[in-house]
Ligand binder design. Structure first.
Ligand SMILES: Cc1cc2nc3c(=O)[nH]c(=O)nc-3n(C[C@H](O)[C@H](O)[C@H](O)COP(=O)(O)OP(=O)(O)OC[C@H]3O[C@@H](n4cnc5c(N)ncnc54)[C@H](O)[C@@H]3O)c2cc1C
Length: 479
């Protein structure tokens, strides 16, 4: 038998998850092994691209254009997509071992972190994850309801996801219409009564995680004013020292922008300008300690924090005696995404990732043969799309080392025919990449008719129905 990883005896690799990290792993395998690899990529949804479709904000289309790179990876003859297949449920990890020499988990971080304060579960308090999924037409969140008749909203967190949530709440119908925001979300936001948005960050402006373009955008909205308190964006001594030591150019730019917003607010006083409909209050060094309400959220109690130098040298927030209560009827918690355990696989509950060493999944401290992870499930929910590329390359390099050392799995039926037989046996109605391209064309055509970028499917049964209809009439079946 010729050696594994050649065109005659291809290495069979499953990639579970079709977000950026899964695609970058596929790309590196293709580059390194050419025709010597067969890649089957799975996703629990019929649609590929993970958070690029279901997370990245609809008004950030240039970022979504990265899917053109993924389309090229998918067009390579080594590649197949099996959408609408949930690994762990439709096929177990054990079964994967009978079909593949290696399995790469690229499942992202599917849940959210809790704040751990009283009242967090009151009606009207939502994880940003839910709102983001809802406005992006993610089928898991399609039926969620958000009471947009509320006039005051708090967004907890200072990362880019919090900035996305604020922007979507603050933008006008005209600003959102041309995007691919879910049609039902566009209609609900059109009727939104939201007037005041409080953005609460627990540390100071120098430690905020949002990037400069995102904070800049908040100052450029058609019908929303950003309000910053001068005393909260004045640089304190500890932050100034820290900035000088670390030469943090992004933080310096952010502070300059925020100080300009603070000046704008002061110099605007007394001028006769038509007031904008919405106000965004950026508050720093504040932490929520309680959500208050009987039936639903009515108020949020916050404390003022001060910074101190922690043992690891970082600046951390510490609560002071100062407290304030702000009336709000809606709260979005944006304090981080969190990974979810897959049945039969190791998982570190505390950090919300698969325990791993440079991408080799560890079980009781030892590598689990032929099992790797990439992206957010490997390192946690940090970094932009591009961060996943070197991260995926690192894991694939470990896989290739294990290939050379003959330490991969020894599947008993390493063929696509065996996989598809198993899927048929489990009555799994899988969707190919060609099927997804049909859905993509339908979405774009509906968009064109409505003078929008695309009108997204948001229900899996509707996607499957549309495919059955199309294929029944003229389209041949998938790949
Ligand atoms: C709200 C939000 C906005 C963002 N905006 C930007 C931005 O503007 N610019 C930027 O550069 N980065 C942005 N990011 C970051 C970027 O999206 C991530 O870095 C990236 O998506 C992580 O990739 P991933 O492949 O690890 O996970 P994901 O993109 O989450 O992909 C995971 C995939 O795995 C699938 N899956 C999960 N479980 C299973 C299973 N059991 N079986 C089969 N499939 C499964 C999921 O359906 C999903 O498709 C944003 C992130 C969020 C949350």
């Amino acid at each position: 038998m010729t050696s594994l990883g050649t065109a005659e005896n291809p290495l069979r690799v499953a990639i579970v998850g079709s977000g950026p990290s899964g695609f970058y792993a596929a790309q590196h395998l293709q580059k390194q092994l050419g025709a010597g690899v067969q890649i089957d990529m799975f996703d629990r949804l019929p649609t590929p691209f993970g958070l690029v479709r279901g997370g990245v904000a609809p008004d950030h289309q240039t970022i979504k254009a990265v899917t053109k790179v993924y389309d090229k990876i998918a067009a390579d003859p080594t590649f197949r997509f099996y959408g609408h297949v949930d690994i762990g449920t439709d096929i177990t990890h054990e079964e994967m071992g009978t079909l593949y020499h290696a399995v790469i988990y690229a499942v992202g971080a599917q849940s959210d972190r809790k704040m751990g304060v009283p009242g967090e579960d009151l009606a009207g308090s939502h994880a940003a994850t839910e709102f983001v999924g809802w406005y992006n037409a993610h089928p898991d969140f399609r039926e969620r309801q958000f009471d947009l008749t509320q006039e005051r909203v708090a967004v907890i967190g200072n990362g880019n996801v919090a900035m996305d949530v604020v922007r979507i709440l603050a933008k006008t119908y005209d600003e959102l219409k041309g995007t691919d925001i879910a049609d039902y979300a566009l209609e609900a936001l059109k009727k939104s009564q939201v007037k005041e948005i409080y953005v609460l960050g627990r540390r100071g402006p120098a430690q905020a995680a949002f990037t400069t373009p995102e904070i800049k955008e908040l100052g450029e909205l058609a019908d929303a004013t950003i309000i910053v308190r001068p005393e909260e964006v004045r640089l304190d001594a500890l932050s100034a020292e820290d900035l000088e030591r670390n030469h943090d150019a992004m933080a310096e730019k952010n502070i300059a922008i925020l100080q300009e917003y603070a000046r704008r607010a002061t110099s605007d006083t007394g001028k006769l300008r038509p007031p904008k409909k919405r106000r965004i209050y950026m508050r720093f060094l504040t932490s929520p300690v309680e959500l208050i309400g009987t039936e639903r959220v009515e108020k949020i109690r916050i404390v003022k924090n001060e910074l101190y130098v922690a043992d690891d040298g970082s600046l951390r927030p510490r609560a002071t005696e100062w407290e304030q209560t702000i009336p709000v009827g809606l709260v979005f918690r944006s304090i981080g995404y969190k990974g979810v355990a897959l049945p039969g696989l190791p998982f570190d509950e505390r950090s919300g990732i698969m325990p791993n060493q440079q991408g080799r999944v560890l079980q009781n401290g030892a590598p689990l043969p032929g099992t790797y992870c990439v992206g957010w499930i490997k390192r946690g929910p940090t970094g932009i799309i591009g961060t996943n590329k070197p991260d995926s390359i690192e894991s694939v390099e470990k896989l290739l080392e294990d290939l050379r050392a003959e330490k991969l799995l020894a599947p008993s039926r390493p063929t696509r025919a065996a996989l598809e037989a198993l899927l048929a046996q489990h009555k799994t109605n899988w969707v190919s990449f060609a099927d997804w391209q049909i859905l993509d064309r339908i979405e774009q055509a509906k968009g064109m008719a409505a003078d929008r970028l695309r009108v997204k499917f948001s229900r899996i049964d509707e996607m499957l129905k549309a495919l059955a209809e199309r294929k029944g009439i003229k389209e041949p079946s998938g790949d």
